[in-house]
Design a protein around this ligand. Structure first.
Ligand code: ATP
Ligand code: MG
Length: 387
């Protein structure tokens, strides 16, 4: 029914030839049923992890404690997980222990949503005990089993629920939505890194506006995130940086504080702060003003900035785009490094210490207003008059 990549087929065949029932599961089956090409494949198998590891030449054993062995065939990495249940989740983060079970049924029953609990095998076809395919057709997200139980076991599922709603543009079944909202105070117990990963995936999706329902319950208030209408984010490029900065603006929180709360890396934090600061300024109205702002925000971020201005402030990006194109066609200096002289030239003229930087700044400012001054002769002459 579905055409599987050769490596995935080989992996299934090897496991089954050794006598172990095996299936393609998870997001790959969901994608195949929707006519999308899966980015990666997960297999579930009756074989225990050590057996799986013994059947293939190249394996990565990082997840072996939880039953997962990554099998490498050619350039393809396939996650092979032994049929399992998850046991209890006393810290609401990860199962205390996993128990290997003999059947695909129990394995599918531990999965989060019906659309993620479909199994496929080329010879046996689809195995879909929770009517995941029906829900795919209805474009509906529903937990496998009792929603309050499933969210109490693992609060990450609450975020996954809204992330999938945003990515797939699916509705959430009322009983599932009610339980998710009622238990949303449990999100505080999750690791900040996991919250960040799910939040960014939701924000970078086609329908980030679907997150608003969760925010309305105050679910992320512990991170300083209030509620807001996020539909405007759809008009932005789908990169993490513009979506995150737009999100902060719409929910009224400080990007730097949120980066800290979510343990974002320093580079993301710095870039988000620079983009948010640029968004807080009016767009430049002339070329010198644009060049001065280019010192604060590098050229490669201006696409994001203009999209943010257009989507959130209703500004027309066209005049700035025109100036940027002109600057690209005819470069003019706007950074000290663009000047045809440097600190050594100024020291040769007798400047020293802090003066060197100050004079360079003054010369740059002059060149920004009057690009025709940007020749060595003119600048050295201007500098010698400053002594
Ligand atoms: P994507 O890869 O796009 O995030 P996915 O559905 O493949 O989507 P994964 O995180 O790769 O999601 O997980 C693979 C499968 O494992 C899921 O489809 C689901 O069946 C199951 N799963 C993952 N996380 C959970 C969880 N927290 N609780 C229950 N089942 C889960
Ligand atoms: Mg996946």
């Amino acid at each position: 029914m579905f055409c599987l990549p050769e490596a995935v087929q080989t992996c299934l065949d090897t496991l089954e030839a050794a006598g172990y029932e095996s299936w393609v599961v998870g997001g790959a089956v969901r994608d195949l049923c929707r006519g999308k090409i899966p980015a990666d494949y997960d297999l579930a198998t009756a074989a225990e992890p050590e057996v799986v590891a013994g059947l293939f030449e190249r394996v990565i054993r990082t997840g072996i404690r939880h039953g997962t062995v990554t099998v490498c065939l050619g350039k393809t990495a396939i996650e092979v997980t032994t049929f399992r249940t998850d046991g209890a989740y006393t810290d609401r983060r990860r199962p205390d222990r996993v128990a290997f079970v003999g059947s695909i049924d129990a394995d599918l029953a531990r999965r989060d949503f019906t659309v993620n609990a479909i199994a496929y095998h080329p010879a046996r076809g689809l195995y879909d005990p929770f009517d995941g395919r029906g829900d795919l057709e209805r474009r509906l997200l529903r937990t496998v089993g009792d929603p309050p139980c499933r969210f109490s076991e693992d609060a990450l599922r609450i975020l996954r629920l809204y992330r999938f709603a945003c990515q797939l543009d699916f509705r959430i079944d009322p009983a599932t939505a009610d339980a998710a909202k009622a238990l949303s105070d449990r999100l505080e117990s999750l690791s900040r890194e996991r919250i960040r990963a799910e939040l960014l995936r939701a924000l970078c999706s086609p329908k980030p506006g679907r997150l608003a329902d969760l925010l309305d319950t105050g679910a992320l208030a512990f991170l300083g995130v209030k509620s807001g209408d996020l539909a405007a984010l759809e008009a932005l490029p789908d990169g993490a940086l513009p979506r995150f900065v737009g999100f902060c603006r719409l929910v009224g929180c400080d990007p730097d504080a949120l980066c800290l709360a979510l343990r974002s890396d320093n580079r993301f934090r710095r870039d988000a702060a620079a983009l948010a600061a640029a968004l807080a300024r009016p767009l430049p109205e002339n070329l010198p003003a644009l060049k001065r702002q280019l010192r604060e925000l590098p050229l490669q971020r201006w696409g994001d900035l203009l999209a943010l201005h257009a989507a959130l402030c209703g500004s027309d990006p066209a005049p700035v785009e025109k100036m940027l194109r002109r600057l690209e066609a005819q470069p003019e200096p706007y950074l000290p490094a663009h000047l045809p002289i440097d600190g050594n030239d100024l020291r040769a003229l007798g400047f020293s210490g802090r003066q060197v930087g100050e004079v360079l700044e003054a010369l740059l400012s002059r060149c920004i207003d009057e690009p025709s001054c940007a020749t060595r002769e003119a600048l050295l002459q201007l500098a010698s008059r400053m002594r």
